[in-house]
Design a protein around this ligand. Structure first.
Ligand code: GDP
Ligand code: CA
Length: 308
């Protein structure tokens, strides 16, 4: 079964590692968020694509929850000691990847080609595609002002409530090479349990991608990132509460109106299944370990099979 999966960083990457465990990794194409991308110390960092690459290569740091395993921080400590830009945490091994990517981008290689090369070097068989090669950057409007994504998320610790989300550049952004083909040739489209506003939102802000989903001829299933109405990590629950008026499964599904046929939700949220206008798939959705990830992937695929 060929699957195209829209994904943000950590939550998405965890889900994808389960998906490639139960499928042939070559059957999965990931369409990743680039709205978080940021220039740090002159380097182009794509945090969500990298979370996916590291997870699929089996080199993600499970304890910290982001970045690479076996990481050291010598470069960043030196940067800090020299009074440089040290607010964004980049480990030594991680920096190596950013150096290679930045060099290639400066030589004129598109992000999609750079990402494919990185994936190949990491021996990843799954296609990892940025949603777009064009500049698309998420900005947040908050009571304290307008912030670029990482300014809000990392520098300010996402403490500001969000009144609106803007996807700068989305109007002109084209889908990256391979993205529309992946959506058109998939047997199933999955929206990973990623933040609907700042991970999946920027991907769907690319008109070609949204249209491909709206016109799909195969089932599309979203996995909720909320358990008991709360985000496992991060600001998704606070954002949904303030921007959509609640954190029930119906509030999550409404983010993807017309774009999904089913929502995978946690057992603890089962009461909310009745309000859904798409098919509910109730299962345990906490991806605590490898077997929980596999189980969630299996439940998603099984339910999707029933939709066709
Ligand atoms: P980011 O780009 O690194 O912030 O990651 P994502 O947007 O892909 O994922 C963040 C979302 O993942 C958060 O809203 C979490 O609630 C969700 N998440 C993390 N772990 C789990 C889990 O075990 N189960 C579910 N259902 N969601 C999770
Ligand atoms: Ca992200």
């Amino acid at each position: 079964m060929r699957v195209a999966a829209l994904s943000g960083g950590v939550g998405g990457a965890r889900f994808l590692s389960g998906l490639v465990d139960v499928l042939d990794p070559g059957e999965v194409a990931v369409i990743g968020n680039v709205g978080d991308d940021v220039e740090v110390l002159g380097l182009h960092v794509s945090p969500d694509l990298d979370s996916v690459l590291y997870a699929l290569a089996g080199i993600a740091d499970e304890e910290r929850g982001w970045g690479r395993s076996d990481e050291t921080w010598n470069a960043l400590e030196t940067v800090a000691a020299l009074g440089g830009e040290a607010w964004f945490r980049l480990g030594d091994r991680d920096l190596g990847l950013h150096l290679v990517r930045t060099r290639a981008l400066r030589d004129g290689t598109p992000l999609s080609a750079v990402t494919a090369d990185l994936a190949a070097s990491l021996r990843i068989e799954t296609r990892v595609l940025p949603a777009t090669d064009d500049p698309l950057r998420t900005h947040l409007l908050t009571p304290a002002g307008r912030f670029a994504f990482q300014q809000w998320f990392v520098a300010r610790g996402h403490r500001d409530e969000v009144d609106a989300v803007e996807y700068e550049g989305a109007g002109e952004a084209r889908a990256a090479p391979g993205v529309l083909e992946a959506l058109e040739t998939a047997d199933l489209i999955v929206l990973a349990p990623s933040n609907p506003y700042v991970s999946i939102g920027p991907i769907l802000a690319v008109a070609e991608i949204r249209l491909a989903l709206a016109r799909r001829r195969v089932p599309a299933v979203a996995v909720s990132p909320l358990i008991g109405g709360r985000a496992v990590k991060g600001p998704a629950d606070r954002m949904l509460q303030r921007l959509a008026g609640g954190t029930s499964p119906a509030h999550v599904a409404a983010r993807y109106e017309g774009l999904i046929d089913a929502l995978v939700l946690d057992e603890v949220d089962e009461a909310g299944a009745a309000e859904l206008s798409v098919r509910p798939i109730v299962t345990r959705t906490l991806m605590r370990d490898v077997s929980a990830r596999r189980r969630l992937a299996d439940a998603t695929l099984e339910a999707a099979g029933a939709l066709t």
